[in-house]
Design a protein around this ligand. Structure first.
Ligand SMILES: [Zn+2]
Length: 184
């Protein structure tokens, strides 16, 4: 997957069932309260927090990914992943987004525990889209740089201006950015 290492590491932790949810901490006798803080209705297991919780459902219902037949939070995460990959409409980009949204839910859960505000489902999806696009664009520009001859910047001659410009398009987030430097 073309995603940051932190997202890959997070996915690996879920697959190995070692994500430190409240249920896991409780199982290790480190805390005694295992109730999900987002809904207060069930134990905070990985499956509940990232898939079955009302907060997670709000997010998954709002994304344009085909999630039909993926099962529920009680299923092993690797099974959910395989079903997603086998889905005929899935693509590597969709898988990257799927995993990054998972990571985004977990990130906001940790942010809230550190006193930061609860993000809406829409914001979590938007942040995931941005991260996937930004990482992809950054990798592309690195690849392009390695294939291109290095040119050294030189100052413009007298009474002239030199304009350097670069831009990027974040297709999924439907945003674009541009930077311009003008030097004499
Ligand atoms: Zn919950």
């Amino acid at each position: 997957m073309n995603v940051p290492s932190k997202v890959k590491c997070f996915a690996w932790r879920i697959c190995k069932r070692i994500l430190l949810t409240k249920a896991t901490l409780c199982h290790r006798h480190l805390i005694s309260d295992l109730v999900c803080e987002a809904c207060g209705l069930a134990a905070e297991t990985t499956g509940h927090l990232l898939w079955d919780c009302n907060k997670a459902k709000e997010i998954w219902n709002g994304v344009s990914l085909n999630l039909e037949g993926l099962g529920n939070g009680c299923d092993d995460f690797t099974d959910i992943l395989w079903k997603f990959i086998e889905n005929e409409t899935s693509s590597p980009m969709n898988l990257e987004l799927f995993i990054t949204i998972y990571w985004g839910i977990w990130l906001n859960r940790n942010e809230v525990r550190n006193g930061e505000p609860v993000k809406s489902g829409r914001e979590i999806v938007r942040r995931a889209l941005y991260l996937v696009d930004e990482f992809s664009a950054a990798n592309l520009s690195t690849q392009n740089k390695t294939n291109t001859k290095e040119f050294k910047w030189s100052a413009p001659s007298r009474n002239k201006l030199k304009i350097n410009v670069d831009g990027a398009i974040f297709k999924n987030a439907r945003e674009a950015g541009v930077g311009v430097i003008i030097k004499d």
